[in-house]
Design a protein around this ligand. Structure first.
Ligand SMILES: *Cc1c(COP(=O)(O)O)cnc(C)c1O
Length: 475
């Protein structure tokens, strides 16, 4: 399988080359040349494989369709090492919980940092270590985080050979639990940098360092952001695992609701659907930052500026633009790289928006691709957390609450609805307490985490200071 860029002007490459690369050189995102299409017999084989040998074997079968430059035995070993009960808490890895007949939560947040990003990041860590080992190469991952991504990356890369992580976060602005998760890591290859500024300052520093091409090449700077195809591919697997748990026959269809920000998670659902998984609807749930809901309702994609990007109680969905969205639009418009370059490279840069409302291909989006959407507010989240707790005795986090709220509006009679649970409530304890009047349960391994010694360096919001620290660590 070769990979091409959504903007049509990059050389086609194999998986391991794009694994370490991130954005394509023409500014586009990598996608496979085509999606393998499974028929009924193949779906049955996969269903049986999953039932017999579990999640890691299913992951290996699906990844093998897209990865032809890692020997199959090695890839199987990587999948087996990644998806274990020790790391994800259960043998099912992504167990389905029925709330009521036809309404399920798929638990994706039982990994080390209690958010669904572990599902992909843990695999990425093992793929990186494997490929860097083969190439005798090193990688310095530089990232900015306001919460979930940074900790998922650190827990995935800790102790890995050939990899160092430099993670910038806004000094004093993450929740105590999130700070404790990251800063308590004592692994010598993990570097927490608290920047005296806000999240945007952290992102600006990452951009400034990456734009220093000589520095970037010399110190092998890379990223782990959500546009990495390997992360998306890892997420395709749990759509299959969710479907197989909710159904007995491949004639049954299910819908998924996905709490969405950068469109990475639900884009994996789109890929699964294109591969022939019988998905009825893909429901995109946003919070007040409703860029995506606006698009699916109206056909207008309008990027927000920072004054119009709200800080909400489902903060991992607080985005101004959806960095993976270009992948879906590429498919929607018939995979025309020149057209995509016009929309995302030129028009979006100049005007911050584009409008497909009059385009027949947009009018088809729901029918052909199953996409519908909805949004939720802080008040909706509180109501939903209370209602789910009252009716079913289950405490859900704020992002999952956005999903459940929209799922209930969009569910079709007779079609099971699976809501992806993207985080555990303890990560967002303040809002849970606001809704329920008490703190959510804390998994035992996190007791007292706030009191552990912290490993963090505080730096001014200055790219040069960050570069000096990287230089010193690489000596
Ligand atoms: C990252 C994240 C999301 C949004 O996922 P995208 O792939 O960016 O759409 C939703 N919920 C939680 C808890 C997250 O960490």
């Amino acid at each position: 399988m070769l990979y091409l860029s959504t903007r049509g002007h990059a050389e086609r490459k194999h998986f391991c080359d794009i694994l370490l690369e991130g954005l394509a050189p023409d500014g586009g995102l990598y996608l496979p040349e085509h999606y393998p299409r499974f028929d009924d017999a193949r779906l049955t084989q996969l269903r049986e494989l999953h039932a017999r040998e579990g999640y890691a074997a299913l992951a290996h079968a699906l990844l093998s369709e897209y990865i032809d430059d890692i020997p199959s035995d090695d890839l199987l070993a990587i999948c087996r090492k990644t998806y274990t009960r020790e790391v994800f808490g259960t043998d099912a890895i992504v167990p389905l919980k029925a709330l009521e007949p036809g309404l399920y939560l798929e638990a994706l947040s039982n990994g080390p940092t209690l958010a669904f990003k572990d599902m992909a990041m843990q695999l990425l860590g093992n793929l990186f270590e494997y490929e860097l080992g083969r190439r005798q190469a090193e990688l310095n991952i530089l990232g900015a985080t306001s919460g979930d991504t940074g900790s998922a990356a650190e827990y995935a890369m800790r102790g890995k050979r050939g990899i160092r992580v430099f993670m910038l976060s806004p000094h004093g602005r993450m929740s105590p639990f999130q700070q404790a998760q990251m800063f308590s890591l004592q692994d010598p290859n993990i570097h927490n940098i608290a920047v005296e500024g806000v999240f945007d300052d952290c992102q600006d520093i990452v951009k400034a360092v990456s734009n220093d091409h000589a520095f970037k090449a010399r110190y092998k700077i890379g990223t782990v952001n959500s546009i990495n195809w390997a992360r998306l591919l890892a997420q395709v697997v749990y759509y299959f695992a969710g479907y197989f748990q909710a159904t007995r026959e491949n004639t049954e269809r299910v819908s998924f609701t996905v709490p969405s920000g950068n469109f990475g998670n639900v884009c994996a659902g789109h890929v699964a659907r294109q591969m022939g998984l019988p998905i009825e609807q893909l429901v995109v749930a946003t919070n007040e930052n409703d860029v995506l809901d606006e698009f699916f309702r109206t056909g207008v994609y309008q990027v927000r500026d920072s004054a119009n990007t709200w800080e909400t109680s489902s903060p991992s969905m607080d985005i101004s633009k959806a960095s993976n969205f270009e992948r879906f639009v590429f498919d929607l418009l018939g995979r025309n790289g020149d057209e995509l370059r016009g929309l995302f490279g030129e028009q979006l840069g100049r005007t911050g928006r584009f409008d497909l409302s009059g385009d027949a291909r947009f009018a088809d989006a729901a029918a052909r691709y199953g996409f519908v959407s909805g949004k939720s507010t802080h008040a909706n989240r509180l109501d939903t957390i209370r209602a789910v707790h009252g009716q079913f005795g289950v405490t859900i986090d704020t992002h999952t609450a956005d999903g459940v709220k929209v799922a209930r509006e969009q569910a079709k009679p007779g079609v099971p609805m699976i809501v992806l649970e993207t985080a555990l409530p303890i990560k967002f304890a303040a809002t849970i307490t606001e809704a329920l009047g008490h703190e959510p349960d804390r998994p035992a391994q996190f007791n007292g985490i706030e009191d552990l010694p912290k490993r963090v360096v505080v730096l001014p919001a200055d790219a040069e200071a960050v570069k000096q620290l990287i230089e010193a660590e690489c000596r």
